[in-house]
Design a protein around this ligand. Structure first.
Ligand code: SF4
Ligand code: SF4
Length: 155
């Protein structure tokens, strides 16, 4: 018998979630771990298909999650306050969706009950990201995937 109580991602604001709930909210898409380039004039960010050196592209997981912000300059510790200000978060990012009062999609692992569903739905970077190794910083612009001002979602 179920209690009828809505799950945390349907009933809580970001600021009300426990640490465990907060971590569960990440869909594991890896989109935020793609290197971004800033437009000098507009300050808008463009996504490249090049992944942070710590991203395991096959699993779309960080290989040193516990120390990520200390080891990678620019890697952010997401907080409810930060989510509200980061305009570059992908349209499909679960933190962005909940922060904007929108529901999680059916492919989100919390809804599907399976981590693979984010990959099967084509949301994760698994199918197109490339590693940072061997790519010169000056060549990153050749790998721009989504330009400033265009839809940030992959789908
Ligand atoms: S974009 Fe959002 S949901 Fe996807 S990996 Fe990053 S924090 Fe998690
Ligand atoms: S350090 Fe980890 S969490 Fe941070 S951008 Fe790189 S892969 Fe993503």
């Amino acid at each position: 018998m179920t209690s009828g109580k809505a799950p945390f991602w349907q009933s809580k604001k970001l600021s009300e979630m426990s640490g465990e709930e907060w971590e569960q909210l990440c869909d594991g898409c890896g989109q935020c771990c793609l290197i971004k380039l800033e437009d000098e004039d507009t300050l808008e960010l463009a996504y490249t298909r090049v992944a942070c050196e710590f991203l395991d592209i096959a699993s779309c997981r960080c290989t040193d999650y516990a120390h990520r912000t200390a080891r990678i300059p620019g890697c952010l510790d997401l907080t409810p306050e930060a989510v509200a200000t980061l305009g570059w978060l992908p349209e499909t990012c679960a933190y962005r969706l909940i922060g904007e009062g929108r529901p999680l999609p059916s492919w989100h692992p919390l809804n599907s009950g399976r981590r693979e569903s984010v990959h099967e739905a084509g949301i994760s970077v698994r199918g197109f990201a490339i590693g940072e190794e061997g790519i010169d910083e000056d060549d990153l612009q050749d790998h721009i995937l989504i330009r400033p001002g265009t839809d940030r979602g992959w789908k």
